[in-house]
Design a protein around this ligand. Structure first.
Ligand code: NAD
Length: 543
């Protein structure tokens, strides 16, 4: 670890290697057996022409699975099968489809250990962080299971001529949704986003990241057990730049989660075909610790904010702004907790942070930290890889003295690295937090909730958490979640999260008289009569 400047005992005391978490007997190889892999791999739409790809177990670096890859012809086949099955699925009453979600919810909670093993095996994250995915998916299944009928029901609207015209706004499924998901929350970002699509009557062709495909395949298997017709959910695998565009080219709507760079490409392709897209993209999220914050709670929250899933979380915090009057006190508490985090990769609860997912992630994290240190930043705690624990472990890292020319200041690191900045006024903190093209999530800590809400209203992010890191807003599944600016377009969760998968259709019925001159009335008389009618409608406050 890089030595730190001696301007605070607490920092020096906090610096040091994170302890290893107790191991636990279960290994990846014992939990994810060749039989499980072979069974799940049968769920991929691939006829063998596309070859195979190996995935690794990040915790050990060993090969985890060899999976079949799909060709563009396989993608075409997946869409054909989904398209054939979708109308019958859409013809079921909403409540029948919603019942499948609620059964899936119960099965998931009962069989969660199976998917926790898979998530840990494929991502290397700690079991507690894998459980966050179970929480998120179960919450979305419950919400849409109970609320879908109300979101989707026909709504009577005011007609063109009161008494003569009746209008109903209906919601029709888009058809086949193309869903492209990343590796970092493989359960939530495959099935979690597919749930509202299914209950709205769509079929889904999903392309998960190959590295985390087993988790998505398990989710599909469980959904089928809950009552989803197998054809309605197709999974294709393969190289992102080849199979991803093949999905976008055929979809009636695209639900993409991933990096801002890829999101732009997806958006352009969807735009050229005039199909809609929701884009859940990257972030450079800020946490603000105001002068009146409860520092212990804020320090504890900062650990969750920055190091859940080893920071490989789109809504995790990478910029931490602290009021100058409490900065040293807060930093001492935060650094002490961070240095005490137990790192490990057993398939059991007990580790506070797991491994990174890939050598590429490890390279980016190491580069951001090393370049910053070389340019004058100081490591408060962490700042180094931990090959003694596994090939891809990196310590949770707090940097101080980060300046704008350092990559870690503005670019998404997507790892367990946070930079500390000090501020003097709320205005200054808000301006600094907003000084990024991203706008995904933010977090504000204060004892004064009115002040917290006021600051939240000024932050340019799709979600703001007051006195929590990210889970309060993300877990409020009845409310929309998504990004502003370079963090994306559209929202998951709540009404927006399901209505994006539907087309609005207005069905209006005209009775007795047409909307035009009739019964011998000349055009001018009609215009005068209608003018009087329009004035009356305003006077009666018709909407
Ligand atoms: P990525 O953009 O590299 O890949 C995401 C998915 O897109 C993968 O399945 C990939 O195979 C596929 N893909 C790659 N090229 C493609 C192309 N040309 N056309 C279509 N699909 C293509 O992102 P990643 O590195 O896997 O994921 C990490 C990123 O995702 C981070 O930036 C993170 O912030 C973001 N993310 C955002 C959210 C959110 O909700 N806003 C959630 C999780 C992750």
């Amino acid at each position: 670890m890089t030595d730190i400047t001696a301007d605070g005992q607490a920092r020096t005391a906090a610096a040091g290697s994170n302890p290893a978490a107790p191991g636990g007997g279960r290994t990846v190889a014992s939990a994810v057996t060749p039989a499980v892999i072979a069974r799940l791999a049968r769920g991929v739409t691939a006829d063998g022409e596309g070859g195979t790809a190996d995935t690794i177990a990040p915790l050990t670096g060993e090969t985890l699975a060899t999976l079949p890859l799909s060709t563009p012809a396989d993608v075409e086949r997946a869409f054909q099968v989904a398209r054939r099955a979708q109308p019958a699925w859409a013809a079921l009453p909403v409540r029948r489809r919603a019942a499948v979600l609620l059964r899936f919810h119960d099965l998931l909670l009962r069989r969660q250990d199976e998917v926790l093993d898979l998530i840990q095996a494929e991502t290397g994250k700690a079991r507690l962080h894998a459980f966050e995915e179970v929480m998120a998916v179960a919450s979305a299944a419950r919400h849409y299971g109970h609320r879908a009928a109300s979101y989707l029901r026909d709504r009577r609207r005011g007609g063109a001529i009161p008494g003569l015209t009746s209008a109903v706004e209906a919601r029709r499924p888009k058809g086949v949704i193309g869903q492209i998901s990343p590796w970092n929350y493989p359960f939530e970002l495959s099935v979690g986003d597919a749930l509202p699509a299914f209950v709205a009557g769509n079929a889904v062709v999903n392309k998960p990241d190959t590295q985390t495909a087993l988790t998505a395949l398990w989710a599909r298997e469980l959904f089928i057990e809950a009552g989803l017709p197998a054809e309605v959910w197709q999974i294709v695998l393969g190289d992102g730049p080849v199979v991803g565009p093949a999905v976008v080219d055929r979809a009636d709507y695209v639900a993409f989660t991933g990096s801002t760079r890829t999101g732009r490409e997806v958006a352009q392709k969807a735009a050229a075909r005039l199909v809609g897209a929701s884009l859940e993209l990257g972030g450079k999220n800020a946490m603000l610790v105001l002068a009146d914050a409860d520092l212990d709670r804020a320090a504890e929250g900062a650990v969750r904010a920055c190091f859940s899933s080893a920071g490989q979380l789109c809504i995790s915090i990478e910029r931490l702004f602290v009021h100058r009057s409490v900065a040293e006190d807060f930093l001492a508490r935060f650094a002490e907790r961070t240095a005490a985090l137990r790192l490990g990769g057993g398939l059991a609860y007990g580790a506070d942070m797991g491994s990174l997912v890939s050598p590429r992630q490890l390279e980016t994290v190491g580069r951001h930290v090393d370049e910053a240190v070389k340019a004058g930043a100081t490591v408060v705690t962490g700042g180094r890889a931990r090959p003694d624990l596994g090939p891809l472990f990196y310590e949770p890292t707090i940097l101080d003295g980060v300046t704008p020319e350092m990559a870690v200041c503005a670019e998404e690191t997507f790892g367990p690295v946070v930079s500390i900045y000090r501020f003097d006024t709320d205005d200054e903190a808000v301006a600094a937090a907003n000084a990024t093209p991203y706008g995904l999530n933010s977090s504000v800590w204060t004892r004064n909730l009115r002040r917290g809400r006021a600051v939240a209203a000024r932050l340019h992010t799709g979600t703001v958490n007051v006195n929590e890191a990210y889970a309060a807003a993300y877990g409020s599944v009845a409310s929309p979640m998504g990004g502003m600016g370079d963090s994306g377009l559209g929202r998951r969760h709540g009404a927006e999260g399901i209505l994006r998968y539907t087309e609005a259709q207005t069905v209006a019925v005209q009775r007795l008289l047409p909307i035009g001159p009739s019964m011998g009335m000349d055009d001018e008389k009609f215009a005068r009569l209608f003018t009087t009618g329009l004035k009356a409608m305003k006077a009666f406050r018709l909407k």
